[in-house]
Design a protein around this ligand. Structure first.
Ligand SMILES: Nc1ncnc2c1ncn2[C@@H]1O[C@H](COP(=O)(O)OP(=O)(O)OP(=O)(O)O)[C@@H](O)[C@H]1O
Ligand SMILES: [Mg+2]
Length: 251
C-alpha cells in the first residue's frame, strides 16, 4: 500500500482546468521530487494535497484513508504540512514566535514550547537569532525557519514547494542538507524543485509533470541519466546560474 496515492486527480481554478488526471504514488520514508516546466501544475498538486484546493475528480489517499477535498486544518491534523513556494514567515515577529506559530493548532502552549526547543536544537540559526525579527533573515535563512516551523506538528508528510528558489549555492546546500536529514529521521517528503539536478540528487524518486499530468516517474538516479529529461530539465551546471534557470524548461 502506498503512503500517499493520487489517482486521476483533476483540479483547477475557476473555469480553468489545470490538473488533468494526475496519478502519483509515494512510499513512506522516501523523498520524491516533482520537476517540470513553469505552469505544469506542480504547485497545484501540493495545494490539492494540503487542502487549499479541492479536487474536482479523482482520489487522494493518505495512509490508507481517502483525504481528497478535506480542509487544510484536518489535513494538518492528519500530518500533512505544506511549505509553500512564496515566503510565509511573519517578518515583524521574532524567529521564535514564528516557530511557535507552527504549533498554534496544538492548543497546548507548553507542548508547543517544548517542541520548539527540540527543533531549535537542530537548527543553530534559531538558537542564535531567536529574538530577532524574521524579516532580518536572508531568503535562505527564512526558508530554513519555514521548514523548522513545519516540524512543529510532527508531520508525517512534508510538501516542499521550490524551497531553493532564488537562493545562492550555499543556501541551496543548507536547504538540501535539511531535507536529507529530515528524511533520514523518517519523514516522507514531496519536493517540487526548480533545480532538477539538485532536487533529483537528494530524492529517491522523480516525477516529471507537464501540462497538468505526470508524464514520467522513475528512480531519481535513472531520471538524472535519462536523455529526454536531461535535454529538457538538466541543461547546464546549476551552480553557475543564479537561479537554477536552466533547470526550468519553458513549456
Ligand atoms: N490562484 C490561481 N488562479 C488562477 N490560475 C492559477 C492560480 N494559481 C495557478 N494558476 C495557474 O495554474 C497553472 C499551474 O500553476 P502552478 O502554480 O501549479 O504551476 P507550477 O508547475 O508550480 O509552476 P512554477 O514552476 O512556475 O511554480 C498556471 O497556468 C497558473 O497560471
Ligand atoms: Mg510552482
Amino acid at each position: 500500500m502506498s503512503f500517499l496515492r493520487l489517482h486521476d486527480v483533476c483540479a483547477g481554478y475557476g473555469q480553468a482546468d489545470i490538473l488533468r488526471g494526475v496519478s502519483l504514488e509515494l512510499e513512506a520514508g522516501t523523498v520524491t521530487c516533482v520537476i517540470g516546466p513553469n505552469g505544469a501544475g506542480k504547485s497545484t498538486v501540493l495545494r490539492v494535497l494540503s487542502g487549499l484546493l479541492k479536487p474536482r475528480v479523482g482520489t487522494v489517499e493518505f495512509a490508507g484513508d481517502p483525504v481528497g477535498g478535506l480542509s487544510p486544518a484536518v489535513l494538518l491534523r492528519k500530518g500533512i504540512v505544506h511549505v509553500p513556494q512564496e515566503r510565509s514567515l511573519f517578518p515583524l515577529m521574532t524567529i521564535w514566535d514564528n516557530l511557535l506559530m507552527g504549533g498554534h493548532s496544538l492548543r497546548d502552549g507548553a507542548l508547543a514550547r517544548r517542541r520548539a526547543g527540540e527543533i531549535a536544537e537542530r537548527f543553530p540559526l534559531i538558537e542564535e537569532r531567536r529574538h530577532e525579527r524574521a524579516g532580518t533573515l536572508s531568503g535562505g535563512q527564512q526558508k530554513l525557519i519555514e521548514i523548522a516551523r513545519a516540524l512543529m506538528l510532527d508531520p508525517r508528510l512534508i510538501l516542499l514547494d521550490e524551497p531553493t528558489m532564488g537562493l545562492d549555492a550555499k543556501a541551496r546546500h543548507a536547504v538540501f542538507e535539511t531535507v536529507k536529514s529530515l528524511n533520514e529521521g523518517g519523514r516522507t517528503i514531496l519536493l517540487v524543485e526548480q533545480n532538477a539536478r539538485l532536487g533529483l540528487s537528494v530524492s529517491h524518486v522523480g516525477a516529471v509533470m507537464d501540462m497538468g499530468v505526470v508524464r514520467l516517474v522513475d528512480e531519481a538516479s535513472k531520471l538524472l541519466g535519462d536523455p529526454r529529461v536531461a535535454a529538457l530539465y538538466l541543461g547546464g551546471n546549476p551552480d553557475t546560474r543564479a537561479n537554477g534557470g536552466a533547470a526550468r524548461a519553458q513549456g
